[in-house]
Design a protein around this ligand. Sequence first.
Ligand code: BDR
Ligand code: CA
Length: 315
Amino acid sequence: MVNPPRKIIIDTDPGQDDAVAILLAMASPDEIDILGITAVAGNVPLPLTHKNARIICELAQRTDIAVYAGCDRPLAHTLVTAEHVHGKTGLDGPKLPDPEMQLTDGHAVDYIIDTLRRQPAGTVTLCPLGPLTNIGTAFEKAPDIVERVQEIVLMGGAYFEVGNVTPAAEFNIYVDPEAADIVFKSGIPIVVLPLDVTHKVLVTKARNDAFRNIGNRVGIAVAKMTEFFERFDVEKYGSLGAPLHDPCVTAYLIKPELFSGRHVNVEIETKSDLTRGMTVADWWGVTDRAPNAMFIGTVDADGFFDLLTQRLARF
Ligand code: BDR
Ligand code: CA
C-alpha cells in the first residue's frame, strides 16, 4: 500500500537555501503535502522573509499555499541577520518580481496552534528551516499541541563542524537558543540536519550547470540563487560551492535512506556568551543523558543532487 503524503508546515526565513527546500517540497506532492508556510525573522528581517516566501510561491505557481507572518524577533535576544551570506533581500541572485500574492491573515504562531489542534493528533510534521522562534512560541502559548506533533525535522546545529556564525554555533540555533531549548526539551521526536551533513551537499559547477540546463524558470532561478550564495562559503571554507543546508530537510522527508545518523542527546547552550547557541550533541555517548534527537551525520550527496535535479525538472 502506498503511504499518503506527509502533512507538513514549513517554518522558514528565506534565504536562497530555504527557497530550494520549499521548491523541492512543492515538486514532491506524492511524498509531501504542504499545509502552510510560516515565515520567521532570521536570514533577513520578517518583512523580507514573508515577502520572499510569497516570491517562491509565485515562482512555483503555488499561490494556493497560505503564507503567514510570524515572530519578528527572537524570544530573548536582539535579532541577528545574515545579509553577508544571502544578500540584502535574502534572495539575491535571480531577478524575481515582487509578489502579488498576499499574506494570509493571522499570526503564524496561531496558525501552527490551530492546525495542530484541527488535524488528527500525530499527523503533522513541523519543518523548521530558520530560527525556532515561531515553534518555541507556539509550544509556550499552547502546551497541548506538543503531544500532537508527529515529528520535527529541522535544519540547525552542528557537532563536528562546530559553528558557522560563531566559533561554536550554527546560525539558526544561535539566533534563538531559548526557542531551540524549548524545542529540544519538548519530547517530540526530532530529526536534526546539522552543518555536519549540510556541508557535504555542495553545489559544484557541474551540479549548478545541471540546474540551469533543466531550462525551466525554476531551474534557472535556482542556479542563479546558488551561484550568488556560494561566494560566502567558497571564500570562508574554500569549499566547492554553496552548501544546500535547508533542502536536506525536504530531501530527508522524500528519501530518508539518503541519510544516516545517531539517536543521541542534544542540549542547547543558552547561558554562556562564548558558546551561546551551541548544540551539545552527545555523539560518543559519554553522558547518561537520554537521547532526544536523531542527529544526522552522513548523506549520499550524488543521490541528493539527482533527486533535487529530477524534481526541479517537474516545474
Ligand atoms: C542556516 O542558516 C541560514 O543562513 C540558512 O538558511 C540555513 O537555514 C545555515 O546555518
Ligand atoms: Ca534558513
